[in-house]
Design a protein around this ligand. Structure first.
Ligand code: PGA
Length: 258
């Protein structure tokens, strides 16, 4: 199985989200193998998009959440509110949240624990800056982010955790990581995850690549066994591009069946 996360960010309103969700579902119509597609619209569109993806092969994801159950947190959304509108996945610690909104490793950790406690699948984002990579610190940064985010995290049977490796220099830049760079980091992240969750059964943890994924480069990433799928930003709001990404996943999955 390959997973594709469509992160629509703050780019589409309610009507556009509904249209995009419909178009996204059309990309898998008629195909025998269907990747796991998680569409992540803005909060205000979750309710309407839910109606489109209900009883379809696609799942509904949120782009963020708060770590507390409820309370005086103006402008925030709790895990329970998300499950109430049919959300199954939640992006946590996206670099834009960390960089623009000052999310700390501690906040990311609290959110991961809260998501799991509410039966949501966290899509935990980690990744280094260009400066950190140039200084040969990419692995250390990612290891520290994972260590902090997964501190005191327990994975019960039936729960799942996705980690998205998203180097910051590749997000929205049109310059994705090379396959070698992505693979090396995926191998490393898997090793770190094995250390944190030595008893996790197969399928409970998966590592995705994100950062300037397009219809052109998606196949090369997804054909790799170590890369469980992709997290797509810009190309997920362009249906012709996204269709190519989905087709790449389908092609890879058909190949795996043979
Ligand atoms: P991008 O964004 O695909 O536009 O680079 C990815 C992301 O922000 O998750």
């Amino acid at each position: 199985m390959k997973t594709i996360i469509a992160n629509w960010k703050m780019r589409v309103g309610v009507r556009e989200s509904v249209a995009l969700a419909r178009g996204t579902l059309l990309t898998v119509r008629g195909s025998k193998v269907i990747p796991e597609i998680v569409v992540c619209p803005p909060f205000v569109a979750l309710g309407e998009v839910r109606k489109v993806v209900a009883r379809s092969a696609a799942s509904l994801g949120a782009q963020n959440m708060h770590s507390e159950d409820s309370g005086a947190f103006t402008g925030e959304t709790s895990a329970r509110m998300l499950t109430e509108v049919g959300v199954s996945h939640v992006i946590i610690g996206h670099s834009e949240r960390r960089q623009v909104f000052g999310e700390t490793d501690e906040m990311v950790n609290a959110k991961v624990r809260q998501a799991l406690a509410n039966q949501l699948i966290p899509i935990l984002c980690v990744g280094e800056t260009a400066e950190q990579r140039d200084a040969d610190q990419a692995r250390d940064v990612v290891r520290d982010q994972l260590g902090a985010a997964l501190s005191d995290v327990r994975l019960r049977g039936g729960s799942k955790l996705l980690v998205a490796y998203e180097p910051l220099w590749a997000i929205g830049t049109g310059r994705s990581a090379s396959l070698e760079e992505a693979l090396a980091m995926h191998e490393y992240i898997h090793a770190v995850l094995n250390g944190v969750f030595p008893d996790a059964p197969k399928g409970q943890l998966d590592v995705l690549y994100g950062g300037s994924v397009t219809g052109e480069n998606a196949y090369q990433f997804m054909r790799e066994k170590l890369i469980g799928g992709v997290l797509v930003g810009g190309a997920s709001v362009k249906l012709n591009q996204f269709r190519e990404v989905v087709n790449a996943a389908i092609e890879v999955m058909e190949g795996l069946q043979e």
